[in-house]
Design a protein around this ligand. Sequence first.
Ligand code: NAD
Length: 376
Amino acid sequence: LKIAVPKERTAGENRVALVPREAERLIRSGMRVWVESGAGSGADYADGAYREAGAEVVSEIGELYREAEVILKVRRPEPEEMEHMRKGAVLIALLDPMRHLSHVEELGERGLTSFSMDMVPRITRSQEMDALSSQATVAGYKAVLMAANRLNRLMPMMVTAAGSIIPAQVLILGAGVAGLQAIATARRLGAVVKGFDIRVAAKEQVESLGAEFIDEHLQEDAEGEGGYAKELAENQQEKNRRVIHKHIRESDIVITTALIPGRPAPLLVTEEMVADMKPGSVLVDLAAEAGGNCVLTQSGETVTTEGGVTLIGHTNLPSLVPVHASDMYARNIVKLLGLMVKDNRLDPDFEDEILRSTCITRNGEVVHSRIGELLN
Ligand code: NAD
């Protein structure tokens, strides 16, 4: 089986879809791996490390894709990249298909069979393939470090000869995978941490990390399919915003992570709330790409308000920790690939729940039912 790994072309993307260790694993099992020169350089994996793993390093994209049966990527391919891909090739990447429908159509028109790493269902068997979780873990960690770096004060309590320092107050909105990692990281830095979520199950998880859970207005029925949150009615959202408003005034750092699959991110932080935040405080909006949890977030930008609040809308925090983000993503993608390969040949069982959920186009046709509905 012939596998190609290109250099990511999306601006600011430092991750690579296959790290040398996973390349070696594939090669040992009988596959051939071609890697574009420089593919791993953003994550400090040199061409030489891929060669040592047994991969072939090529510098011309036409050569990379000429015989490739499977293409492993992090981000959606650019049109000029797709031109080189063979009809019928299998592409596996974070395609974000619900937000990029015209891209899905293009994959179809080019005759590609595509699988999206962000559509892996949340079932026990697929945990090793769950790239959304692995990348959210990295994002939650990095968000706290970015905020701490911007903050005008120390995070931990300190008792020194020059006086006592009280710990910073951190508020985490949305306690899923990213939120829980943010809580753990902020606790390690010595902050006093509060967590907020609408799912009942989040309470125990937040408390087990030593944070306080804000449980006013918890929603008994807020959990939907796959453990994800459901979209709330506007009056309920308004009630939640009143609760958040009370706590946000005291916070030095706010990390927002709330997402609803396939929907714009819920609005949790209004202009009035930002105006009430302390000067010098920092908000990191991990939902920036999905529209933001804070109304003033500017996607991809860091801005400071007149009141001195810094709002960070970085849309790709995992790319800022590229080594471990790539290591985990590569493990996820190799596990998904493993489901499609039998006797060193591609033989996907499209009835398998994981493959059915992740397969977006097949030999040129859009086969994912939900994406198909959105397209019609
Ligand atoms: P997510 O990224 O979709 O959302 C992040 C968090 O935002 C979630 O906890 C969600 O409840 C919360 N949220 C949504 N709307 C909100 C609102 N209006 N106000 C406050 N919070 C809001 O979710 P996620 O992090 O991917 O995971 C969600 C759940 O799924 C977690 O419990 C996680 O442990 C579980 N999970 C299960 C598996 C598995 O079983 N294989 C894998 C990954 C995650």
